[in-house]
Design a protein around this ligand. Structure first.
Ligand code: FMN
Length: 356
């Protein structure tokens, strides 16, 4: 029996299989207004027709300053919400669930897109002053301004308001982006958080920003909607954020209303050495899974149906996230079903004559 193609239920959401498309920035809000556009409809729509259980749309900013680049999507106003609703409706029409990754890039904001250059965009060139837990820059980037304590609470509210808009747009799931060296990770890691207020110091204080966000989102969206957290489970640096702290904070997040943990790594410190290879984040996701009661998702160089199936059959993690393999092939889930000999009933009728 395939586990990959077994549905999974979290609160009121059931996804048709355990293949979830990982959030991937498209840098394609051409007007620089955070509004998703035709590219996003076609891109996310194609992945919905391809059979994914859930598609988590890219890091979507909760405030304008929270965008990684000027071309990132946002969900801080009604125009963006309506544009997302149109895209979400299409994903639903194809049987896929839709999630959104709510994000704030902190000191890694105001940067170029993957293809427009590298490093920070200056104020003169349309960039903006970034903010962070600290006033120390990420290597090669402009220095951020350290957030005042009251501003941190305002941002918690920003995440909650964004979650309400996401719900209005019809999204089925919220993912909080606490990974990859962005703002929440900047608060979590002792390497980038040397604050002396209630948001800095011991683990509980460093986790406070995230825990307040989880609780505020849960209060805003009610009991039915899944709220999940993406962590980078290690900074790959001695004395940095690690898997033990991740598991502890994940447990606190669960108490605050989070339902699943999506385990990635890295992004806080530039130039660290990471032994990248097939399924390289599986052991660390399994470690976190062994210490939490909630389901865990794993991501990172999972490229074939057989590999994904084997990871789930080990019985430690519950969901497979596919990133770049979905960029190469939006039909990845239907192809995997064919390769594993699983029969599914969600081939788009328009494509049935092309069934593998
Ligand atoms: C083009 C691109 C954009 C990405 N954007 C995001 C993002 O918005 N949020 C995030 O958490 N991770 C992002 N990632 C990381 C992916 O979600 C995923 O964790 C990573 O690519 C590893 O999985 P893979 O080997 O299956 O691609 C991005 C990756 C790529 C390739």
């Amino acid at each position: 029996m395939s586990k990959l193609f077994e549905p999974i239920s979290i609160r009121e959401l059931t996804t048709r299989n355990r293949i979830w498309v990982a959030p991937m920035c498209q840098y394609s809000a051409e007007e620089q207004d955070g509004v998703p556009a035709e590219w996003h409809l076609v891109h996310y729509g194609a992945r919905a027709t391809g059979g994914a259980g859930l598609i988590i749309v890219e890091a979507t900013a909760v405030t304008p300053e929270g965008r990684i680049s000027p071309w990132d999507t946002g969900i801080w106003n009604e125009e963006q919400t309506e544009a997302w609703a149109y895209i979400v409706d299409f994903m639903h029409s194809q049987g896929a669930a839709a999630g959104v990754q709510l994000a704030h890039a902190g000191r890694k904001a105001s940067t170029h897109s993957a293809w427009s250059g590298s490093g920070s965009i200056s104020l003169q060139d349309g960039g903006w002053q970034t903010v962070s837990s600290t006033n120390e820059a990420f290597e090669g980037y402009a220095a951020p301004r350290q957030l005042e304590t009251a501003e941190v609470s305002d941002l918690v509210q920003g995440f909650a308001s964004a979650a309400r808009r996401a719900q209005d747009a019809g999204f089925d799931l919220i993912e909080i982006h606490a990974a990859h060296g962005y703002l929440i990770h900047q608060f979590l890691s002792p390497l980038s958080n040397k604050r002396t207020d209630i948001y800095g110091g011991d683990l509980e204080n460093r986790a406070r920003f995230l825990l307040e966000i989880v609780a505020a989102i849960r209060a805003e969206v009610g009991e039915g909607m899944p709220v999940i957290v993406r962590f980078s489970a290690t900074d790959y640096v001695e004395g940095g954020w690690d898997e033990v702290q991740t598991a502890q904070v994940a447990n606190w997040c669960a108490e605050a209303g989070a339902d699943l943990f999506d385990i990635s790594t890295g992004g806080l410190v530039a130039g660290v050495s990471i032994a990248v290879g097939p399924g390289y984040q599986v052991p660390i996701a399994e470690f976190v899974a062994s210490r939490v009661d909630e389901p865990v998702a794993v991501v990172g160089m999972i490229t074939t149906g057989e590999q994904a199936e084997q990871i789930l059959q080990r019985g430690e993690v519950d969901v497979i996230m596919i990133g770049r393999a979905e960029l190469r092939d939006p039909m990845w889930p239907l192809r995997a079903a064919h390769e594993l000999g699983v029969s599914v009933d969600y081939w788009p009728k328009q494509y049935q004559r092309g069934t593998f």
